[in-house]
Design a protein around this ligand. Structure first.
Ligand SMILES: [Fe+2]
Ligand SMILES: [Fe+2]
Length: 288
């Protein structure tokens, strides 16, 4: 299939729209948690950030959808906006339901260049999702929280997976339709935007570690951070990415650059001499 063709657009839009799942966050099977699990859930330092990110995402994506003239692209991106808003409602409900303390924050203003913001947001989602797949698997395997909670988060993660596949196809389609569809141009564009997304992620992580991350790493997170290493994380990210991506139509583009970079890093790490287990571990505060 020719990337940038009408057939390509129809495929990535219909795949996205057709895989929409109807549910309300309040009606999901939220489990009753015992005291230990509630404390663990409350100790996770990023709920406030997750809620704010989803709220910002919802308003940004919905605002962008309103200025799109192509009806099919508009329908698909408006649907993504609805899903991002639903993610925010999911976190909002969970925070209230389990008595998680967060501070009030005022709604962020919409950026002036809304298409640029949508592109930045899309690359950020690709990076967050790739890392999230691996971290989620590690946390799930450790039994950090009951499986019923992971099933709910899995729903959200699957929607993020659909968003990033839609996004990489949309970017390629837009570039091709604007005469910039050559592979080399697309790769340079991705590198530039992933660099910006990585910088934003590092800023967020260091802010989180400064404020709440140290308490978290010193206590509850040891359940799954013991033995944690960059090699383990990248291995899980790559495996999970491949597993999750296997459900899509093979004619669709998938995010390629991050798995390639992760594979190169992993190969480099494997060449390094193995350290003693205690040295091999990342300092806990920095892993967050
Ligand atoms: Fe989201
Ligand atoms: Fe998303």
């Amino acid at each position: 299939m020719k990337i940038g063709s009408e057939a390509h657009k129809e495929l990535f839009c219909s795949d996205f729209i057709g895989s929409y799942k109807k549910y309300e966050p309040e009606q999901l099977p939220w489990p009753d948690l015992d005291k230990t699990d509630i404390e663990r859930l409350r100790s996770i330092p990023f709920w406030e950030e997750a809620l704010n990110t989803e709220q910002r995402a919802g308003s940004k994506v919905i605002a962008y959808a309103k200025i799109i003239t192509d009806p099919l692209l508009r329908e698909a991106i408006a649907l993504q906006g609805i899903e991002e808003e639903r993610h925010a409602r999911l976190f909002q409900f969970m925070i209230q339901h389990y008595g998680i303390e967060i501070s009030e924050s005022s709604p962020a203003e919409l950026p002036e260049n809304i298409e640029q913001a949508f592109i930045d947001f899309g690359y950020g989602e690709c990076l967050d999702a790739f890392l999230g797949f691996g971290l989620f698997k590690i946390a799930r395997q450790s039994g950090f929280l009951p499986e019923s909670m992971f099933r709910i988060f899995d729903l959200l993660l699957h929607e993020e997976l659909r968003h990033i596949v839609f996004f990489v196809n949309w970017v390629a389609y837009m570039q091709a339709s604007r005469g910039r569809g050559a592979r080399i141009f697309r790769a340079a564009h991705s590198l530039l935007y992933y660099g910006r997304a990585a910088q934003r992620l590092l800023d967020t992580v260091s802010h989180s570690a400064d404020s709440k991350g140290k308490d978290f790493s010193a206590t509850e997170a040891s359940v799954f951070l013991d033995g944690f290493s960059l090699e383990m994380l990248l291995t899980e990210c790559l495996q999970e990415n491949a597993r999750r991506m296997s459900c899509f139509d093979r004619r669709l583009l998938q995010p390629r650059l991050l798995p390639i970079l992760a594979q190169i890093t992993l190969s480099g790490l494997k060449l390094l001499p193995k350290r003693q287990p205690s040295e091999n571990r990342l300092p806990k505060a920095e892993t967050l």
